[in-house]
Design a binder for this molecule. Sequence first.
Ligand SMILES: NC(=O)c1ccc[n+]([C@@H]2O[C@H](COP(=O)([O-])OP(=O)(O)OC[C@H]3O[C@@H](n4cnc5c(N)ncnc54)[C@H](OP(=O)(O)O)[C@@H]3O)[C@@H](O)[C@H]2O)c1
Length: 295
Amino acid sequence: MAQVISGKDLFERLKGEYKNEIARLQKEHNIVPGLAVVLVGDNPASLSYVRLKEKACAEIGIHSRDLRFEKDFTEDALLKLIDELNHDKNIHGILVQLPLPDHIDEAKVLYAIDPLKDVDGFHPVNAGRLLLGEPAYYPATPLGIQQLLIQNNIKVEGKHVVIVGRSNIVGKPLAMLLVQKQNGANATVTICHTRTRDLGAVTRTADILVAAVGRPHTVTADMVKEGAVVIDVGVNRVEDATKKRGYRLIGDVDFAEVEPKVSAITPVPGGVGPMTIAMLLHNVIKAAKDHAGRQ
Ligand SMILES: NC(=O)c1ccc[n+]([C@@H]2O[C@H](COP(=O)([O-])OP(=O)(O)OC[C@H]3O[C@@H](n4cnc5c(N)ncnc54)[C@H](OP(=O)(O)O)[C@@H]3O)[C@@H](O)[C@H]2O)c1
């Protein structure tokens, strides 16, 4: 039977550490870490992510400022708000929940965030520093995956990591993180996407296979090497009349058929998802600490 790697349990453990760090920041620097959470529109998935993030902040003592706007909020108004938040000394991190409505240029908004408050790690300055292997704010999901591996004693060094998906928020930054000449990294990394020829032939060579695709059952048992480690990033809503809300969440991996074949696997939900929130909190605390260091 495979080890089922729980991000939920690790997150519970990390919360204790985060609370201590926040207490220290308050005692030594009189700083309460502050996160601005900006949501435009009423995308149901975005609403639920924002609620989860704000709940986690409240639980550990991060002050979160909830900024919600109708879907017709203008790009100019949003840029003005970002500018205000960049100058607000009580706000150490700014999070703009994606996706934004079509009339708003996402890149323009993300690039307007002060890189020192960019706790999502999407600003080109932070992306560039990640590429160079320099300290920065790294995107939460890749960071969470790396922590899940480290904390579960799954060595990455020298392993072949195959990542299916090349998005700027998961696939590409994860590859950059795991290929660095650093502890918890030093992997040989391959990135796959829709133009990859014979996906299964590539994924079968993975010691660690990461699925970040956004399509249920993309990874089936025949695509996985015996004894591999499988990290399922996907979050897909599928109809389920037995659930009160009418749907359930499943990953990109066919868990039932893949689990018996592998040595370790993350579940959905309860795997990578909670670690994404954990690493967002980590980044906000880091931003507050960095702010204290500059005072
Ligand atoms: N658990 C979490 O905390 C968390 C965080 C972020 C995202 N997610 C989930 O992770 C999934 C991926 O998110 P994302 O933002 O990275 O998605 P995305 O921007 O849509 O990227 C998906 C990637 O998968 C590739 N792909 C799609 N179908 C494929 C196929 N049949 N074979 C090979 N590659 C394929 C695409 O290739 P092309 O580039 O060629 O189109 C693209 O690179 C989603 O389900 C999302 O909800 C979860």
